[in-house]
Design a protein around this ligand. Structure first.
Ligand SMILES: Cc1ncc(COP(=O)(O)O)c(C=O)c1O
Ligand SMILES: [Zn+2]
Length: 427
């Protein structure tokens, strides 16, 4: 393995008042004004070691291919499971059916624990070790807890996760449990859970790894670099991303801006953030042209991963869509679940409901003429469908049980020509 010790400088900068703090400080928000912190860099010559668009055998596609753009001191000490390097697949069946020139899906369910969260956790948990933490903590709608539990286990750290009781998909809960996290189901929403962990993390015993931790987004931004390389240097016209707490859309925005600052691209894709109808405070602020969101107390959606009423990263999410001439939209649960089946039945990609929101938007946008036919569109399928199998089983006909003979199989097939209804895009 190539030994790498970082030479360049990085520090934390408040997105509100602009005050700066050392990169080694254990801060989640600005001590002066309370706003979020961003990691900023002074890049040295070493950044030219990133072999953009070549040498995949020496440095495979994945988060650590871009180590010179990440805030880590010692590459030999990273906690990694080879995260990133997820497939960007072309969806020719959907292109044909929707009449859009190029549609790609970035399969973030390929990550070690089945969601994009692993990109951030490899950095976040490495940081936890760097600052000498013993216990990690997070609030989660599910995937953050799976990922933090796995990376903490690998790092030998204790892990505490708070999830909203009765609102977390079973696959995600089972991951947190099997990786040895202490899982607490809170009678309240994700937003209540986050408030509690923010309070607890004032105590140095707990290292907070929600996306207010600025280091998480640094790992997540690498998905933008990968898309640039996977498209051989072409820029998507439009990037469509599910939005919950809004960290991931901000991370992609940062990633594409980095590519522009490095002179690799000359403009950014138009960003589309998609929320679920029952949890859409950023969309509501966007259509009102408001500069603030109004948090929503009673959120509800089948896409439990994005069941968030008071998103932490709303300010930069609004900026990302406004500055890229993009937009925020919302889709109903019915549209989400239909899109989930359409992606699975047309392209073989099984993503969880939240991950299907970009496809739901795309179908709606084509129908309403909001998207040009000659666009190159990239949809981010943020988590694997097996995270939440119940949602499919509950709404599907159960497999028929028959006796064990070829005749019974043929009879059953005759009796039931089309066992599963594949949704039509036009309906
Ligand atoms: C599958 C999935 N999609 C989307 C999101 C939303 O990401 P963010 O909270 O960064 O907006 C989450 C967050 O938990 C998720 O688990
Ligand atoms: Zn500040």
């Amino acid at each position: 393995m190539e030994v790498f010790k970082a030479l360049r400088r990085y520090w934390l900068k408040c997105i509100g008042c602009g005050r700066e703090y050392p990169g080694s400080s254990r801060l989640y928000t600005c001590p002066s004004c309370g706003d979020l912190l961003d990691v900023v860099y002074e890049l040295g010559d070493e950044v030219s070691r990133i072999p953009w668009l070549k040498n995949y055998d020496l440095r495979p596609l994945g988060v650590w291919r871009y180590r010179e753009l990440l805030p880590i001191e010692d590459y030999e000490k990273i906690i990694s499971m080879n995260e990133g390097g997820t497939r960007l697949i072309r969806c020719r069946n959907l292109e044909h059916e929707l009449g859009v020139r190029e549609i790609y899906v970035k399969c973030e369910g390929d990550n070690p624990t089945g969601s994009f969260k692993d990109r951030g956790m490899t950095i976040g948990v490495t940081k936890a070790i760097e600052v000498g933490a013993k216990t990690t903590i997070c609030a989660s709608t599910g995937n953050t807890s799976s990922s933090l539990a796995a990376y903490s286990a690998r790092a030998g750290l204790e892990c505490v996760v708070l999830v909203p009781a009765g609102k977390t998909a079973l696959g995600k809960l089972s991951q947190a449990i099997v990786h040895g996290a202490r899982v607490l189901a809170i009678r309240g929403s994700f937003d209540d859970c986050l408030q509690i962990v923010k309070t607890l993390s004032r105590d140095k015993r707990f290292y907070l790894l929600n996306s207010i931790n600025p280091f998480r987004l640094e790992g997540q931004k690498t998905a933008a670099y990968e898309i640039y390389e996977q498209l051989s240097g072409a820029i998507p016209d439009r990037l469509i991303i599910p939005v919950g707490n809004a960290g991931n859309i901000v991370a992609y925005w940062k990633g594409f801006k980095d590519l522009r600052n490095l002179g690799l691209i000359n403009h950014l894709p138009r960003f589309v953030g998609v929320q679920a109808e029952g949890a859409s405070p950023i969309y509501k602020a966007f259509i009102k042209g408001a500069d603030e969101i109004e948090p929503i107390k009673d959120v509800e959606t089948a896409a439990t991963a994005i069941r968030i009423g008071n998103p932490v990263n709303w300010k930069r999410a609004l900026k990302a869509v406004r500055e890229t001439n993009g937009l925020m939209d919302m889709v109903s649960d019915e549209e989400i679940l239909q899109a989930q089946r359409i992606l699975a039945s047309r392209e073989g990609v099984f993503t969880e409901p939240a991950g299907a929101t970009p496809i739901a938007f795309l179908i709606k946008a084509v129908r309403e003429g909001l998207i040009a036919r000659d666009e190159r569109v990239v949809c981010i399928a943020t988590g694997h469908g097996l995270k939440d199998p119940d949602i499919i089983i509950k709404s599907s006909r159960k497999p028929v049980e028959i006796d064990a003979s070829p005749d019974h199989v043929l009879q059953a097939l005759d009796a039931q020509r089309k066992p599963f209804k594949t949704p039509s895009i036009s309906s």
